[in-house]
Design a protein around this ligand. Structure first.
Ligand code: KG4
Ligand code: ZN
Length: 369
C-alpha cells in the first residue's frame, strides 16, 4: 500500500471521537513550538501542554529573523520540544489521535522542518496528518478557550499580517480588508527599532509608552475616516522616522512620549478600520455575534478596551484569546487540527509546504496582498 493510499483521503475515518488528543507543531517563523491539546466529551477542551522556544537570541545579532538560522534552530530543537510536550501532557505517541503542523504561510525552511516532522510521526504511528494554515490557527484560536459560534468578525493582527475577516466556518473565510503595505506588528517593530527599544517591538513599545504623553508628537492615522476596511502603515512609519530625526538625541521622556504617540496612532487606525468592517459584517449577519482579535498585536493592552467599546456600540461581543495564545504558539495549531479532524478533514502525506497561503483565495487573487 502506498503512502497516499493509506493517508491520501480527505476523510480521516479512524479519528477517535470521544477524546481527541492532537499534537501541534509550529515552526513558520522564529519560534519553535509544540503542544498537546485535548478535546474530550467529558472534560471539554484543554491545553495539556504548550511549549514555545524563542530564537530571539540567535537572531538578535542580525537585527531581524535570518531564515536559514531559523530553519536550523527548528531542526535542532523540535525533537526535544515534542518529547517534552508529550511528557508534560503525560501521554505517549500511542495516545495521539492526530498530528497537526503549520503548513504555511511562513519562512519555507522552517515550515518544511515542522511538516516533515509531523508527517514522520503520522506515518510511523498511522495517524492522520493535518497541514494547518498558520492564519487559520490564529483565526480559530479563540474557540479553544471560549464558546464562540460562527460567524464572527476577526481582526487578525500580527507581525506579518493585518486583515479583517468574516469567519463563517472552518475553512470559510471572507476577507473584508487587508493592509496595502506594512502589517500593524511590523509598524510596532520598526517603530521600536527607530526608538532603540529592541525586538519584538510591540511589547517594548507598550512598556515604554506607559506614562508617556500620546499627544506630544502628532502622527498621522493613514486611511482613517476613508471608506473601506483596508489598512496602511508605511506613512505612519515614515512620519515617526521624520519626528525622531527632528527630535535629535532622545531622553527617556521623549522616548516614552514617542512610543505612546505611535501606539495611539496604530490603535486608532485598527479601531477605525474595524469599525467599518463591523458595519459591513452586521449588515450581512446582524448583531449578537463576536468581534474577535487574534495575532501578536491583539496582546496589546491598549487595543483591547477600544475594541471592547467598539463591539458594544455595534451589538457585538468582544472576545480575544489570552496574550499567550495571541502570539505564535502550537496550541492554536493543535486546536485547528482538532477542528479539521472533527469535520473529517486530514491531508495527504505528499502535502507540499507553502510559503504563501492566503486564507481567502478569492480576495487574494483580486488584489496583490
Ligand atoms: O502572531 P505573532 O506572534 O507572529 C506573527 O505571526 O507575525 O505576532 C508577532 C507580532 C510582532 O510584530 C510583535 O511586535 C507584535 O506581534 N506584538 C505586539 C504585542 N505583543 C506582540 N504588538 C503590540 N503590543 C503587544 N503587546
Ligand atoms: Zn502568527
Amino acid at each position: 500500500m502506498t503512502t497516499q493510499e493509506r493517508f491520501g483521503t480527505k476523510r480521516a475515518s479512524h479519528v477517535k471521537v470521544v477524546t481527541m488528543l492532537v499534537l501541534g507543531i509550529e515552526t513558520s517563523c522564529d519560534e519553535t513550538a509544540a503542544s498537546v491539546v485535548e478535546d474530550a466529551v467529558a472534560f471539554g477542551r484543554r491545553i495539556r501542554s504548550t511549549l514555545v522556544l524563542s530564537q530571539l537570541a540567535e537572531h538578535r545579532p542580525y537585527g531581524g529573523v535570518v531564515p536559514e538560522i531559523a530553519a536550523r534552530a527548528h531542526l535542532e530543537h523540535l525533537d526535544g520540544l515534542i518529547a517534552q510536550a508529550l511528557r508534560e501532557a503525560a501521554i505517549g505517541f500511542g495516545d495521539l489521535s492526530g498530528v497537526a503542523a503549520t503548513g504555511g504561510p511562513g519562512l519555507i525552511g522552517g515550515v518544511i522542518v515542522g511538516v516533515m516532522e509531523a508527517k514522520a510521526i503520522a506515518y510511523a504511528r498511522t495517524l492522520p496528518f493535518v497541514a494547518v494554515n498558520h492564519l487559520e490557527g490564529h483565526a480559530l484560536s479563540v474557540r479553544l478557550v471560549e464558546d464562540v459560534a460562527f460567524p464572527y468578525l476577526l481582526l487578525l493582527v500580527s507581525g506579518g499580517h493585518c486583515q479583517l475577516l468574516a469567519v463563517e466556518g472552518v475553512g470559510a473565510y471572507r476577507r473584508l480588508g487587508t493592509t496595502i503595505d506594512d502589517a500593524a506588528g511590523e509598524c510596532f517593530d520598526k517603530g521600536a527599532k527607530l526608538l532603540g527599544l529592541g525586538y519584538p517591538g510591540g511589547p517594548a513599545i507598550e512598556r515604554a509608552a506607559r506614562g508617556g504623553n500620546a499627544g506630544r508628537f502628532p502622527l498621522p492615522r493613514p486611511l482613517a475616516g476613508k471608506p473601506g476596511c483596508d489598512f496602511s502603515f508605511s506613512g505612519l512609519k515614515t512620519a515617526l522616522a521624520e519626528t525622531v530625526r527632528r527630535a535629535g538625541a532622545l531622553d527617556d521622556r521623549a522616548r516614552a512620549d514617542l512610543a505612546a504617540s505611535l501606539q495611539a496612532a496604530i490603535v486608532d487606525c485598527l479601531h477605525d478600520r474595524t469599525a467599518h468592517a463591523a458595519e459591513r459584517f452586521t449588515a450581512r449577519h446582524g448583531g449578537g455575534h463576536a468581534l474577535v482579535a487574534a495575532g501578536g498585536v491583539a496582546a496589546n493592552a491598549n487595543l483591547r478596551p477600544r475594541l471592547t467599546q467598539l463591539a458594544a456600540e455595534r451589538g457585538l461581543r468582544f472576545v480575544a484569546p489570552p496574550p499567550a495564545l495571541c502570539t505564535d504558539n502550537a496550541a492554536m495549531i493543535a486546536w485547528a487540527g482538532i477542528e479539521r479532524l472533527k469535520l473529517g478533514l486530514a491531508d495527504p502525506l505528499d502535502f507540499a509546504p507553502r510559503p504563501r497561503w492566503p486564507l481567502d483565495p478569492a480576495a487574494a487573487s483580486a488584489r496583490a496582498r
